[in-house]
Design a protein around this ligand. Sequence first.
Ligand code: SF4
Length: 257
Amino acid sequence: MCTNHITVAGIREVSLVDMIGHPCYVIWLPGCNFKCPWCQNTHVVEGRTVIEVSIEELRRELEEASKIVDYIHITGGEPTLHPALLSKIFSIAKDVGLKCSVDTNGSNPKVIKDLIAKGLLDHVAIDLKSSPYRQENLSIVAGIPRESVRDVWKRIILTLNYSCRNGLEVEARTTFVPGLLSLEDILDVGRWLKEEFGEYKIIYVIQQFNPSPTVRDPNFRRVKPTPRSILLDAGLKVKELYGLNVYIRLIEETLKL
Ligand code: SF4
C-alpha cells in the first residue's frame, strides 16, 4: 500500500441501513478469517472488488459526508484484519468530526482494545453467529475448525467486554440462517446477553438471511429466507423474556420492536 493511497473493497457515501439509528459513510475492507458458508459478501471477502483512494480524496469525501452523517462505519469482510488501515481511516474521520464504528466477527479483541485506547472507536457491531450455550455449533455456522471454537468464543466475549466496559454503543447481531440455527438459538443469545451483559445498553439485531447470488455456498443461495412473522415472534419473545432492545433487520426494512 502506497502511504498516500488506501485500497478498500467498497465505499457508500450515505447509508441509512448499515447502522441502527445512525446514517453513516460506509467502507468495506477485504478478507476474512471466518468461512461462513452462507456469507453474503463473498465478493468482498475474496477482494474481487478493489478501489484505490488517495488520502486527500478520502479526507475531502469524509468532510463532505460529515455534513449529513454522524458516523463512519467500516465493515467487510473482517475489518480487524487491517489494524493499521482502520487506525488511519478512523484518525481522518475523527479529524473531520465523525464518530467511528466497526462491524466485526469479534475474533480480534486486541484490535478493538487498541482502537478504544487511541480514542478511535465509538460504536461496535458484533456478530453472535450462534448460541453461546452451544459453542461447538460456531464451527459449522462460521466455517472454522472445531478445535479453535473455544478460543474464538473467548475472543468474541473479550471483544464484547472491552466494548461494553468502555462505554461504546454496541449492536449484537445474529443472522438467522435456516438449517444452521434454530429459534431456540435466538432465544439463547437473548438470554446470554441478559445474563452476561444485562447492565449495558446493548441493541440486539436479528437479521433475516438473504440468499443473494453473492452467497459463498451455492446450496445456501437456494435457501428461502425465514418469513418475517417468525422472526418478529422470536424477537418479541426475546424482548419480553429478557427486556432487550430488539430490532429485526429484514431484507427490505428494519423494524424496532
Ligand atoms: S459472514 Fe462470515 S465469512 Fe462473511 S464476512 Fe462475515 S464473518 Fe466473514
